[in-house]
Write a protein that binds this ligand. Structure first.
Ligand code: BDR
Ligand code: CA
Length: 314
């Protein structure tokens, strides 16, 4: 029996979601992939998830989910990932197709039928919020949720809000208050310590496989985009951190915190407020807040995962 954690990866690829898929394929028992509108419209991020599975030859079911947030208008990030979320590589013709367009039903059914299931979420939390709303019994049936999103300090899409949180703050609010057994938050505090840069891009490209070339080309595009936006050829490789929190716990230090998501606020909608006072009367911590990552070791996990999953011995 596999000792790897059984996970569903709920994502919106994007470069860093694609890397999360590859790391999950190597280090987890990846039961399925679900997609949610986020970095790009649902149709595009779903195609990108399928393309990643196709290029890396992953036999993993893909189910598409929520096309839009619970309440907010859809919001995408073409300035970071391109209009269709996967700018950069020469992509092959897509030959894979989705297993269903009912990610929420798939999550509910999997949670009920599979013991010790984890959910790793690397996009807006819309699918999870809808699944928990429709099937409250699964909230404590699953082992827990590891989410890339939020921040204890600055935002990225606005001054206050991280992108995944800003896209669907109501979903964050619902998931954070759902009463999960375990909830991990890989916020920007953590992921900004784990950057894509030219050295990592070159190391991935040097692997020399079709899969590594796709990831390297996505990285090169991301570095160009970051150069345009902030004038630095470096940017957080956010989403794999949510996988690593489960698979490589020694690489990420964490502390219990009480975290809420701002739903109103003139300038602060989508902000995650992390109570840094720690334990106080009347405040029960609900989140394992990741704050420090061993970045060099984590990069080696990324490089070796891309190599192994694309059939290359390092
Ligand atoms: C998050 O937003 C997306 O652009 C990335 O894929 C990541 O999940 C970072 O704010
Ligand atoms: Ca993402």
């Amino acid at each position: 029996m596999s000792s790897k954690p059984k996970i569903i990866l709920d994502c919106d690829p994007g470069l860093d979601d694609a890397v999360a898929i590859v790391v999950a394929a190597e280090h987890t028992d990846l039961i399925g992939i679900t997609t949610v509108g986020g970095n790009a419209p649902l149709i595009d991020v779903t195609n990108n998830a399928l393309l990643t599975c196709q290029v890396f030859d992953l036999e993993v079911p893909v189910h598409s989910g929520a096309v839009r947030p619970l309440v907010a208008e859809p919001l995408h990030a073409p300035e970071v990932h391109g209009e269709k979320g996967f700018d950069g590589p020469n992509l092959p013709e897509l030959t894979r197709s989705v297993d269903s367009d009912d990610a929420i039903g798939y999550i509910i059914e999997s949670a009920r039928s599979i013991d010790d299931l984890w959910i790793v979420a690397t996009g807006p939390l819309t699918n999870l919020a809808m699944a928990f709303e429709q099937a409250p019994d699964i909230v404590t049936k699953i082992n827990g949720v590891s989410w890339m999103g939020g921040s204890a300090a600055e935002g990225n899409h606005t001054a206050a809000a991280e992108f995944n949180a800003l896209v669907d703050p109501e979903a964050v609010d619902q998931v954070f208050r759902a009463g999960l057994n375990w909830l991990f938050m890989a916020g920007l505090d953590l992921t900004h310590q784990f950057n894509t840069d030219d050295a990592l891009q070159a190391a991935v490209e040097a692997i020399g496989t079709p899969g590594s070339q796709m990831i390297a080309d996505l990285m090169a595009n991301y570095l160009n985009m970051m150069d345009n936006i902030i004038g630095v050829r470096s940017g957080g490789l956010h989403d794999p951190c949510a996988v690593l929190a489960l698979t490589h716990p020694d690489l990420i230090e964490r502390s219990m915190r009480h975290v809420v998501c701002e739903l109103d606020g003139t300038h602060t909608r989508g902000m995650t407020l992390v109570d840094q006072r720690g334990y106080r009367d009347g405040v029960t911590p609900n989140v394992h807040w990741g704050h420090t990552i061993k970045s060099d070791a984590a990069k080696q996990v990324v490089i070796s995962s891309v190599a192994a999953q694309s059939g290359h011995q390092l």
